[in-house]
Design a protein around this ligand. Structure first.
Ligand SMILES: Nc1ncnc2c1ncn2[C@@H]1O[C@H](COP(=O)(O)OP(=O)(O)OP(=O)(O)O)[C@@H](O)[C@H]1O
Length: 304
């Protein structure tokens, strides 16, 4: 029999007054899978994750984490789940080493707090009060708190927001390690390269509803078998379109999509037009678009 999913969300609805933050969401995360939850600001990602963490009670629908109801069975679930929250939730005067030791005491088989402090790069700040830590150091501590109890499921809410590139890489390594250990990970992020790098599967939500779901590969190929290229901003897309016999649009300054199936002839026609007009090609992607393009198209379609 296949293993039941680590997380099962059915028809989840959550309202705050007149705002429907999550609107009938269905989502599953398999054992050992990493799901990236993407969506514009206010799409309902944090609310969804908070319902999975037991911090919020759904107005309708069900949420199961490791087969348990996070709200009702919180006490049984907590030792098996790791949380990295957007706002640390740590007493301002506490020091990283103390906090980590305290959290370790909640779990049956915690990691070694000292070793973990070193691994997340907090060795030098181990005795600094939480309120005096830099934003990135707070993030690192928050990650350590999510990992200390050897969880089976981990929720990471924007784990690399505000981190420098090296710290971001370090966080990615931690996530890869969790993946290697068969831990299920739910990651919310606004960094689409992060989702592409880490996620087995991506779910894009907008206004509380699921608008797309699949592996990064499925989402970026599939129906979007087009050409995407970058060049200087402001090319005359009408003239270019006529020359290559395909509609062209400039999605953002300097970023273009040719709305026609990728073919050798199309690539040749595009290259030849660019050469004739002395336009340097930045990058060219054929047969797929970036996750960023998919995201923007799906979530901006109905924006005013
Ligand atoms: N406690 C609350 N009271 C009232 N409205 C809330 C509350 N929490 C969230 N909301 C609203 O619910 C909607 C979804 O918010 P949520 O934080 O889940 O979005 P998000 O996708 O995580 O956004 P972001 O990317 O900005 O973090 C937003 O319109 C938000 O203003």
């Amino acid at each position: 029999m296949p293993e039941p999913p680590s997380i099962e969300i059915r028809g989840l609805t959550k309202r705050y007054g007149r705002t429907t933050a999550v609107d009938g969401l269905d989502l599953e995360v398999a054992r050992g899978e990493t799901l990236a939850l993407l969506g514009p600001n206010g799409a309902g990602k944090t609310t969804t994750v908070e319902c999975c963490e037991g911090f919020r009670r759904p107005d309708a629908g069900t949420v199961r984490v490791l087969g348990l109801d996070p709200h009702r069975d919180g006490a049984r679930l907590r030792p098996r789940v790791g949380l990295m929250l957007q706002e640390g939730g740590v007493y301002p005067m506490a020091r990283p080493a103390e906090v980590l030791r305290l959290f370790a005491s909640y779990y049956a088989q915690p990691l070694d707090p000292e070793a973990l402090l070193e691994r997340v790069g907090l060795d030098d700040a181990r005795r600094t009060r939480f309120r005096d830590l830099s934003g990135g150091q707070k993030q690192r501590l928050s990650l350590a708190l999510a990992l200390i109890g050897r969880p089976e499921v981990v929720f990471l809410d924007e784990p690399t927001a505000g981190l420098d590139p090296a710290a971001r890489r370090l966080t990615w390594e931690h996530v890869r390690e969790l993946q290697g250990q068969g831990v299920s990970v739910v990651l919310t992020t606004h960094l689409l390269d992060e989702a592409e790098q880490l996620a087995d599967r991506v779910a894009i939500v907008d206004r509380g509803r699921l608008v797309a779901e699949g592996t990064p590969d499925e989402l970026t190929t599939g129906e979007w078998g087009e050409l995407e290229f970058s060049a200087r901003a402001g090319l005359d897309v009408a003239v270019l379109g006529t020359a290559i016999e395909a509609a062209v649009s400039e999605l953002r300054p300097g970023r273009y999509v040719v709305h026609a199936p990728n073919s050798p002839r199309l690539v040749a026609a595009l290259a030849s037009w660019l050469a004739d007009h002395d336009v340097a090609l930045g990058h060219l992607q054929a047969g797929r678009v970036s996750l960023e393009e998919v995201f923007l198209r799906l979530t901006e379609e109905e924006r005013p």
